[in-house]
Ligand binder design. Structure first.
Ligand SMILES: NC(=O)c1ccc[n+]([C@@H]2O[C@H](COP(=O)([O-])OP(=O)(O)OC[C@H]3O[C@@H](n4cnc5c(N)ncnc54)[C@H](OP(=O)(O)O)[C@@H]3O)[C@@H](O)[C@H]2O)c1
Length: 338
């Protein structure tokens, strides 16, 4: 039997999550008609959609045999797990994927900035663990594909001032502008991240011309971006979406150096807000040498795959309104990160 040049069997971990649910939606609508295996915790109360091409495997992430059985026959493993997942879970999934013998590619639990980029890693210090995971996947004979999508736009704008700096508890409200708010960053919506990830999986595995999973993305990066925006661009978008003017918003310039220092202090005291300050502060800083490129404005110096994958352009105003709706819900339910 000749081997197919397209992926058919995909496993998704975290299919009910913020990004996972968008990946699942796009997998379900794909003309590739993927066979989708969903791994979920046995005690999860999340509601997984039903479809004839979905197989749900409730698992115990500490049970190697159970994970291996679930992943047998799978060619691509997509991991989108909560940040609160125990750190042993991802390596356990990699071990099981290797034992299953059919998994060729793993999309590890990154979904953001490339934290291994030395510019951001010097302050954020997340890169070491990420590199270890990528190396571990390779050491087990599989390839990693890292999805670089920047911070999620609607999430980072709508979750509270510790992210993109906007405080929507009143409108017009406040915005904390990192180093003046002019640093451009690439940022993607959940939907765009799901679209791009699945569009990549629809490519041929190998090709002599054009993009291919093996030739372009194996042990490499899928770079996506809905928009490249500075905080000042975001403020303009927020003003359009709320019919307010910029002069009505309280604009507070913060130094990222100071912000990172406070973030570290807060984290040491067990305050999670400090984590947000470190993450966002380290990529929003006014990077002095623009010629080297900024890690988070990767479209200029690393390039994007959106166009080559035929991804649709999104409407900034509609996405900004989506972020405001998220903020409203988080404020009402006490989940706003302020
Ligand atoms: N770019 C950004 O701005 C940004 C922001 C936040 C996070 N991220 C990254 O994206 C990844 C995915 O984040 P997300 O927000 O989509 O995840 P999420 O919605 O918080 O969680 C995804 C899934 O993880 C499973 N889960 C929850 N707690 C778990 C636990 N203790 N042990 C094992 N599984 C657990 C749940 O699935 P079941 O109920 O089905 O088991 C859940 O649906 C993160 O780990 C982080 O690396 C990026």
């Amino acid at each position: 039997m000749t081997e197919s040049n397209h992926i058919k069997n995909v496993a998704l971990v975290g299919a009910t999550g913020q990004v996972g649910s968008h990946i699942l939606q796009r997998l379900l609508s794909s003309p590739s008609k993927f066979n989708i295996t969903i791994l979920t915790r046995k005690d999860s109360s999340a509601k997984i959609p039903t479809a004839s091409n979905i197989k749900v495997c409730p698992v115990d992430y500490e049970n190697h045999d159970e994970l291996t059985t679930a992943l047998t026959g799978v060619e691509v493993l997509i991991i989108s797990l909560s940040v609160f997942t125990p750190k042993e879970t991802q390596p356990a999934l990699v071990d099981a994927a290797a034992a299953a013998k059919t998994v060729r590619y793993i999309i590890p639990n990154e979904w953001g900035t490339d934290w291994t980029d030395p510019v951001v890693n010097k302050t954020a210090m997340l890169g070491t663990g990420i590199n270890e995971t990528r190396d571990y996947i390779k050491s087990k004979g599989m390839s990693w594909i890292s999805v670089v999508c920047g911070f999620w736009y609607e999430y980072s704008l709508g979750s509270g001032p510790n992210c993109y700096g906007f405080d929507f508890r009143s409108i017009p409200g406040k915005v904390y502008l990192y180093d003046g708010g002019n640093t451009p960053v690439n940022t993607s919506t959940w939907e765009h991240t799901g679209e791009g990830t699945v569009a990549m999986l629809e490519l041929p595995i190998k090709s002599d011309s054009g993009l291919s999973i093996e030739g372009t993305f194996a042990n490499s990066f899928l770079r996506l971006s809905s928009f490249q925006l500075s905080q000042r661009d975001m403020l303009a978008a927020v003003c359009r979406a709320t019919s307010t003017s910029e002069s009505e918003w309280e604009q507070i310039t913060v130094s990222t150096e100071e912000y990172l220092k406070t973030g570290r202090e807060q984290l040491q005291q067990g305050n999670r807000a400090g984590f947000g300050k470190i993450l966002y502060g380290s990529v929003m800083e006014a990077y002095p040498d623009r010629n080297q490129g900024h890690a988070q404005a990767y479209q200029a110096h690393k390039g994007l795959h959106d166009e080559a994958l035929g991804l649709a352009k999104e409407d900034l105003e509609a996405c900004t309104k989506g972020a405001l709706q998220i903020a409203k819900e988080k404020i009402e339910t006490g989940q706003y990160w302020a």
